[in-house]
Write a protein that binds this ligand. Structure first.
Ligand code: ADP
Length: 347
């Protein structure tokens, strides 16, 4: 493996605060590596360590050289809080930052790469949040870096802007740029990253492809039933052999396969338990994150799925994925659902 980024036993302490506590990682040439972790986990400090903007103990190398020793042209960095002068146009900004390097990429070429040809002559301050961030990515590309570090590139951007930035980053990755990004969006790293590292309390506690991490730490699929009568629902489901856990307003059945949804609906119906909705979810990176960090978030019982059936006043009808329905006479019908779709969760 040709390694673009290597960190070995990297440590950083600010006074009493241990920001990095012995981080080992390597990122292959051309790979997209996503770093996730709670606030304060050390993500920004690690990006700073890898780009030579803070001194650390341990070893860091970029294409075999130290981050401060390597030719500056080979590293691109978009810091989390980067804010360029607002009364310059996208073109002027890319030009200006390009001028800081002996040789810079062509401005029009960069504007095209980040999809800003049409807005090139608008002031930065008049651009949408997504367009502004694309300008910032463009600025990070002026030196045509081999390795691009992006610290929370899409934080604060609306979903459309975020998706268009993802396309830009996918284009860069396809072109062979090694990308190291930090993010709070599980959907983002799941979509973009070849491998993901979870940093917690300055330690890398899990590394792997999204699929590997979900497989090892995501838990099984779940059926979440929203009901005001969760204990009766849990009893009815338990009587049919389901392992149901009652929460105040939901019942969660772990490890349930789509073909069993009809039986769960039948059990509820037979016990005359009303429910608001049924949601079947497959584990996602969000579940990995919650499992490994021990964090919870509002609505954690239904982080990533599609609502498969809703019931009002004793009459359930199939909704979005159309997996289960119950007519007013109480008969059930179920078919295999579409996959639960991963969604970004609010954190
Ligand atoms: P993250 O990016 O994951 O939110 P950071 O790398 O910013 O985490 O911070 C890791 C820890 O180091 C936090 O406890 C933070 O308060 C501390 N820290 C970061 N930068 C400094 C600094 N310049 N001075 C003192 N403490 C810092």
């Amino acid at each position: 493996m040709n390694e673009a980024v290597v960190a070995a036993d990297v440590r950083k302490q600010y006074g009493e605060t241990v920001a990095l506590d012995g981080v080992d990682l390597s990122v292959a040439d051309g790979e997209v590596f996503g770093l996730i972790g709670p606030n304060g986990a050390g993500k920004t400090t690690l990006v700073r360590a890898l780009t030579g903007t803070t001194a650390v103990d341990g070893e860091v190398s970029i294409h075999g050289e130290t981050p401060t020793g390597i030719d500056a042209d080979r590293i691109g960095l978009l810091p989390q809080s980067f804010a360029p002068p607002a009364r310059l146009t996208a073109r002027e900004l890319v030009d200006y930052y390009g001028g800081l390097y002996d040789s810079a990429r062509d401005t029009d070429d960069i504007l095209a790469t980040v999809g800003l040809e049409d807005d090139a002559d608008s002031w930065y301050e008049t651009l949408s949040g997504g367009q502004q961030r694309r300008v910032c990515v463009g600025i990070a590309l002026v030196n045509d870096p081999d390795v691009l570090f992006l610290d929370e590139p899409t934080t604060g951007i609306d979903p459309a802007g975020r998706r268009s930035l993802w396309s830009v980053l996918e284009g860069l990755a396809e072109g062979g740029t090694t990308i190291f990004l930090t993010s709070h969006s599980m959907a983002e790293v799941e979509r973009l990253a070849d491998r993901v590292g979870l940093l917690q309390d300055g330690r890398l506690v899990a590394v792997g492809s999204p699929a590997e991490l979900i497989d090892s730490h995501g838990g099984g699929s779940r059926l979440v039933i929203e009901t005001d009568d969760s204990s009766a629902a849990a009893d009815a489901l338990a009587a049919e052999g389901f392992e149901a856990t009652a929460e105040p307003t939901t019942v969660v059945i772990a490890g349930v396969s789509p073909v069993d949804i009809g039986d769960a609906v039948a059990a509820l119906s037979a016990a005359d338990v009303a429910y608001e909705s049924l949601t079947w979810t497959e584990p996602s990176l969000e579940d990995v994150y919650l499992q490994l960090t021990g964090e919870t978030f509002e609505g954690a019982a239904t982080p990533g799925g599609s609502v498969v059936a809703e019931q009002t006043a004793g009459d359930a009808s199939a909704t979005q994925a159309g997996t289960a329905s119950q007519d007013s006479a109480g008969s059930q019908d179920s078919t295999a659902p579409q996959d639960g779709t991963a969604q970004e969760g609010a954190r």
